[in-house]
Ligand binder design. Structure first.
Ligand code: UGA
Length: 464
């Protein structure tokens, strides 16, 4: 029997909005609550504040079906719901690196007087271990008669594939203290469990730590791969093949082994800092994580140096086309994006920058100055002496090289056009065959060869 007549989702940011919409898609009535009236009105009018493939369609559909509602009035919404999700932001504290819980706590202050009938309160925000107990204490202190069960149910969706990830989770983590809460959560996730997603039950603290450990483990893999990529460049090895060979080991697996300009976004940088802080405070410092954070900061700065070296030692007065601003493809998010660090660093060295990103230009505008925001990818490249791919958008993997060559500025007519690819979107042989000098990550810099000569990988490409 389904005892869930309504779900409240507090916070309509990335996690809150996607989760709320997806629960509605699964057939539940969901009311998303946010303090930001303008944001809610915009969503209701079909203007989704984030670029997330497939989300807008689901919002429209579930609004029309009446299963998805929005409100700014927490009290009336809580009264109707058995399940109350907290999905507000937990940004990094600028001084300590710890997760700032002020938004989570202010939700607890507002909820406390509303808990006279039993509710299940579920934390979906990424919060440090102990936050569930902290919220419980606040609620009990402010309203000793309050009736509720506390649950931790972290989310693992990725920006850019958020709807798919929510609907097809590798696992569902549920940290509870009571049998009733556990049963409610099993009921809630039944539609996903029947499709094969396992539910992992634990206590609240364990669930909270699973989320941080997963993100920090993935960040560690990437930082390690990026360091191996730098080593490959010194040793004439190819990081793509190294990681192919490594990832085929079933104990390691092939995910998150892609070298790039350093991880960014709203999660890995924030969560590595937050876990490091918690570990230090708990007397069990995570030295590996300290190195991951440092290595990733170094990586982004090292990319500036790499670009300068590829540009024959200087970018002063040169125009560079930067392709990509988002921290990864299929999102408009520029938080902690390597592109921002790289652009600013190159400007400091005297470069003139033209940029194009299919979705993230608006969000980057406040973070950059003296940059030409191009109309399209070829407008960015036109007149540039070098092209730098920073984000792995599909359109950047389909450049018309003849056109690129024609519209680029050739500062030295004896030197070939330069493509710097920080995402390894192309094979070396393909780019050099098109007449470009090619600097990618974790592979030796490559020069165009006369048509008669063939590299080993070129022959391999032809055989495929
Ligand atoms: C990450 C996690 O993957 C999600 O499971 C989690 O729910 C989310 O954080 C969160 O805590 O909310 P997300 O930040 O959207 O998701 O991005 P990812 O796709 O994981 O990528 C993170 C960064 O790592 C990006 O900068 C990406 O370019 C980089 N990356 C990823 C690599 O450089 N190499 C890889 O092989 C994979």
């Amino acid at each position: 029997m389904n005892n869930i007549s309504c779900i409240t989702m507090i916070g309509s940011g990335y996690v809150g909005l996607v989760s709320g919409v997806c629960f509605a898609e699964l057939g539940f009535k969901v009311i998303c609550v946010d303090k930001d009236l303008a944001k809610i009105q915009a969503i209701q009018a079909g203007k989704i504040p984030i670029y997330e493939p497939g989300l807008s369609e689901l919002v429209q559909k579930n609004l029309a079906l009446g299963r998805l509602l929005f409100s700014t009035h927490l009290e009336s919404v809580v009264q109707q719901s058995e399940l109350i999700f907290i999905a507000v932001g937990t940004p990094t504290h600028p001084k300590t690196g710890e997760a700032d819980l002020s938004f989570v706590e202010s939700v607890a202050f507002e909820l406390a007087p509303l808990l006279n009938l039993h509710k299940t309160i579920i934390v979906k925000s990424t919060v440090p271990v102990g936050t569930g107990q902290r919220i419980k204490n606040i609620l009990k202190k402010l309203n000793p008669k309050s009736k509720f069960s506390m649950v931790s149910n972290p989310e693992f969706l990725r920006e850019g594939s958020a709807v798919f990830d929510f609907m097809n989770p590798d696992r569902i983590i549920v940290g509870t203290e009571t049998v009733t809460a556990r049963q409610m959560m099993d009921q809630l996730y039944q539609p996903l469990a029947v499709k094969g997603s396992p539910i992992v039950h634990s206590n609240i603290e364990t669930a909270e730590l699973i989320k941080y450990t997963a993100n920090c483990f993935l960040a560690t893999r990437i930082a390690f791969v990026n360091e191996i990529a730098s080593l490959c460049e010194k040793l004439s090895a190819d990081v793509e093949n190294v990681m192919l060979g490594v990832g085929l080991d079933k104990r390691i697996g092939s995910g998150y082994l892609k070298a790039g300009p350093g991880f960014g976004g709203s999660c890995f940088p924030k969560d590595t800092q937050a876990l490091r802080y918690v570990a230090e405070q708990s007397g069990a410092p995570l030295q590996i994580l300290d190195s991951v954070i440092l290595a990733n900061e170094f990586r982004k700065k090292h990319m500036i140096q790499k670009i300068i070296e590829a540009c024959n030692g200087t970018v002063k007065g040169k125009t560079l086309a930067i392709l990509g601003l988002a921290f990864k493809a299929n999102t408009d998010d520029v938080r902690d994006s390597a592109a921002i660090t790289i652009i600013t660093g190159l400007q400091e060295k005297g470069a003139k920058i033209k940029v194009f990103d299919p979705e993230a230009m608006e969000k980057a505008e406040n973070l950059l100055s003296n940059v030409y925001f191009a109309k399209d990818v070829y407008d960015a490249i036109s007149g540039a002496e070098s092209v730098v791919i920073v984000t792995e958008w599909e359109i950047f993997a389909q450049l018309d090289f003849n056109r690129v060559k024609r519209i680029m500025k050739n500062s030295d007519e004896h030197s070939e056009p330069l493509l710097i690819d920080l995402r390894n979107l192309y094979s070396t042989s393909f780019v050099t065959k098109a007449g470009f000098r090619y600097s990618s990550v974790g592979r030796p810099i490559a020069y165009p060869l006369p048509q008669t000569e063939k590299r080993v990988e070129e022959v391999a490409d032809e055989l495929h």
